[in-house]
Design a binder for this molecule. Sequence first.
Ligand code: ADP
Length: 258
Amino acid sequence: MFMGVDIGSAASKCVIINDASEVVAQTAIPSGTGTSGPQRAADKALEEAGIGMEQVSCVIATGYGRQTFKAADGRISELSCHAKGAVWILPTVRTVIDIGGQDAKALSISEGGKLTNFVMNDKCAAGTGRFLDVMARVLEVDIRMLAELDAKADGIVPISSTCTVFAESEVISQLAKNVPVTNIVAGIHQSAAARAASLMKRVGITEPVLMTGGVANNAGVVRALQRMLGVEIRTSPYSQTAGALGAALLARERLEKE
Ligand code: ADP
């Protein structure tokens, strides 16, 4: 068995694969680096797989907090891991949009499945999971409810500020005007999608396109991005754990080479 642990700013993910590169367990715990999240994600995955740590031949850690995971046999950047995971999910993938808790990246993948280019936003919360988390808190809704609210919108309230702090004030003033929450949520998703679309245009969009990272769980953002670009944006049950999956696949390759 091989384990990949992706320690992000917002969540800790763990994937265990077997010798045939099949996923036997995947977990995502909404506590990131600096918390007990990484260990809990690993323990839960071991339990799901029904194995002990002694049955894991190699562990690779990735993500923002990868240096902090002591049980790792190696550490690999999240770009390499996300590309690896994305190609496993969709072997023909050519463009990946990864939106996590504190950054967003667009990746170009060659026909042969290699990472050839990327652009990244890690300077600003706009268009990241953090932006959506802040907005959900202001609206007093669970982050998992945003997509459902968006689906019920009968209009879009545009959010003009790109800055998360100013956008938060804008949402508060819309709430004060009694604008339907559903339409505000649609505006929030449109704003996040616009940031993702601009990253994707900078790297160049070739189909098929796969979305990874936790924000891929938000169908409202996926639909908004699809509308904006006019291309199909695919997601997978492994979208949030793509980095951990890539790390597990690289753990397997590392042991094969030795
Ligand atoms: P990181 O790797 O930076 O920790 P992730 O890729 O795990 O981030 O993504 C975390 C983000 O994904 C959260 O900030 C949240 O906005 C979003 N997210 C996670 N799960 C869901 C869900 N079920 N529905 C909507 N959004 C989600």
